[in-house]
Design a protein around this ligand. Structure first.
Ligand SMILES: [Mg+2]
Length: 214
């Protein structure tokens, strides 16, 4: 028996122990890294709407295709302990797995492959390159660059309920009205405003497996 038929996962600081945009910013030096990390933290705590920082961060970082590929490898290297095993078991029990991220889709796809999440079930923000692999912008129309974007995206997905959403940030909390339960994942980051709004607080993927399957 599974308590949930669909599980929606955040990526950064949930399935993998990095914040992708901050990792990219670090390539541009310590100052840009600190600036980006500060914006990310304030956005994830709900002190700043994500749309206020998205364009600015991307314009400061301008990741190349090679850097996005490198980031894709880091997402896999820093995969959350137990995530592989838990997602594999959920899949074998017929639970629909979905990734919903404000991060960059092309960097997240290798992690999705590693975890057996169908490419069509990966919702994130696309980044574009020119023929030489230089940065050529990102999908500024994506709902996922907006504060309520995860909620709007999940609402229209038509997933089979009951649905659980799992994540560490305020943009994950925003999903709660359109799913059955929200679990705050604190394995990498514990954010009080997120914990306070959660139905469950989860420290690791073994706990998550128990919550879903038992
Ligand atoms: Mg996150």
């Amino acid at each position: 028996m599974s308590r949930f038929n669909s599980v929606i996962f955040d990526v950064d600081s949930t399935l993998s122990g990095i914040e992708g945009i901050d990792w990219l910013a670090a390539l541009r030096g310590a100052e840009i890294k600190a600036w980006s990390a500060g914006l990310t933290e304030r956005a994830m705590e709900g002190k700043l709407p994500i749309e206020a920082v998205y364009v600015e961060r991307m314009h400061a970082v301008k990741p190349t295709m090679a850097e996005i590929e490198q980031l894709g490898r880091v997402y896999v290297e820093r995969i959350a302990p137990g995530a592989r095993e838990t997602l594999s078991e959920l899949r074998s029990r017929g639970v629909q797995l979905v990734m919903v991220s404000g991060g960059l889709r092309e960097a997240i796809l290798p992690l999705a492959r590693e975890l057996g999440v169908d490419e069509q079930r990966v919702h994130a923000v696309s980044v574009f390159f020119d023929e030489e692999g230089n940065y050529a912008g990102f999908d500024e129309q994506s709902l996922l660059t907006r504060q309520d974007g995860k909620r709007m995206t999940v609402r229209d997905m038509g997933l089979k309920g009951p649905i659980l959403a799992v994540g560490d940030g305020m943009t994950d909390c925003e999903i709660r009205p359109v799913v059955d339960s929200f679990a705050a994942f604190i394995g990498f980051m514990r954010r009080e405003p997120v914990v306070q709004r959660a139905d469950f607080v989860i420290e690791n993927f073994d706990q998550l497996r128990e919550l879903i399957l038992e």
